[in-house]
Design a protein around this ligand. Structure first.
Ligand SMILES: *Cc1c(COP(=O)(O)O)cnc(C)c1O
Length: 362
């Protein structure tokens, strides 16, 4: 599913030099490398501000806390996501409410979100699942009309664009993860909050560092969620490769779309705009998923499932409020989805072997 050791030698050498640069500098947390990366990531996202933080889950929690969303407040999100999305809402002290997905894309269904709104709703946490952004103008309008904040979980959608505008720049805040397997990944944990708001940026910058406004002065209680210099320096090098790597992901996905030809295997709906999908994952649905995964495994092809147990089936979340009509599309997707190898180092031969194995599945 990933092959970091096959990355270009030029990238690996540049990363080694970047790490050596930090080691020689003698400054290891929240310094010039972090500032330089924050500047370039904000520029790429088209936002005025970027704050490097410790990971993607903290980025969501910090965005929520920075917007004063906490105890007594509800945040609507999807159960078809990484556990961290929903956990971050709880960590912020707020209450997650779970809406159902659109079966064609596995993205949040706006009608289901409307059914989940209440007088306590403060935000919609929109997850750009698998790397897809879609109908962002409509989401901005839905949230505006409902009087709630839009927050984007961009952990899988690095630089995906809708109408030319980048993920994370539509809502009040965007939360990015730089976990190693993400489209832009560190050599360890990392994350970022991006925003247009100067006020939110300053609040998040304070909250990530114990709530400290200036040295030894703490007007509020924050957390320790800082980005290391070494991760920032490595991210700056890896950022130079993000575009070609994303193009490779797109080419792989296009080949899967065209080449997979098996009535038992359904791909998700294609992106409506060419830049709107960065293919963090390529996901198919198959009613005989276990058999398909075993068949592929026998051909030496690894697969994963994103996600087999949706949030509302996780023990701490079983009693969370949800769409009054239930979550039938989430249930169906969780039972059938299978993620195929889709990463920049996948070779054409490997890609053709996956397609041939899928098409031979009976
Ligand atoms: C990876 C991921 C996160 C959490 O990011 P971490 O850096 O692992 O904390 C949150 N949401 C989604 C959709 C993710 O894929």
């Amino acid at each position: 599913m990933n092959d970091f050791k096959a990355e270009p030698a030029a990238l690996r050498e540049a990363m080694a030099a970047a790490a050596a640069r930090v080691f020689a500098s003698g400054w290891y947390v929240l310094g010039q490398e972090v500032q330089a990366f924050e500047r370039s990531w904000a520029e790429r996202c088209g936002t005025r501000h970027c704050m490097g933080v410790a990971n993607g889950m903290d980025a969501i929690e910090l965005a929520l806390r920075g917007l004063d969303i906490g105890p007594g407040d509800e945040v609507i999100t999807t159960p078809m996501t990484a556990f961290a999305t929903v956990l971050a809402i709880v960590r912020a002290g707020a209450v997650p409410v779970l809406a159902d997905i659109d079966p064609d894309t596995a993205l949040l269904d706006p009608d289901s979100v409307r059914r989940c709104l209440s007088s306590r709703t403060k935000a919609v946490l929109l997850v750009h699942l698998y790397g897809q952004v879609r109908d962002l103008r409509d989401w901005v309008e839905l949230c505006r009309a409902a009087g709630v904040q839009l927050i984007e979980d961009c952990a899988q959608a690095h630089l995906a664009r809708w109408d030319g505008q980048v993920a994370g720049s539509f809502g009040a805040a965007g939360a990015y993860s730089f976990y190693p397997t993400k489209n832009l990944g560190a050599i360890g944990d990392g994350g970022a909050v991006v925003t247009q708001s100067e006020e939110l940026a300053q609040r998040v910058a304070r909250l990530r560092n114990y709530g400290q406004s200036e040295r030894y002065v703490h007007p509020e209680l924050g957390m320790n969620s800082r980005l290391d210099e070494i991760q920032a320096a490595l991210l700056s090098e890896r950022l130079k490769w993000l575009e070609p790597f994303t193009e490779r992901r797109r080419a792989i996905a296009a080949r899967y779309d065209a080449g997979i030809d098996n009535p038992r295997v359904r791909s998700l709906a294609p992106a409506r705009q060419p830049q709107a999908h960065v293919h963090h994952l390529y996901v198919v649905c198959c009613e005989a998923r276990a058999e398909l995964a075993r068949h592929l495994g026998e051909h030496g092809i690894q697969t994963h499932i994103h996600y087999p147990v949706p949030a509302h089936r996780q023990v701490p979340f079983v009693s969370l409020r949800r769409d009054p009509r239930g979550l039938p599309h989430t249930e169906a997707h969780a039972a059938a989805c299978l993620s195929l190898p889709c990463h920049p180092q996948l070779t054409d031969d490997q890609l053709e072997a996956v397609i041939a194995a899928i098409n031979a599945f009976r």
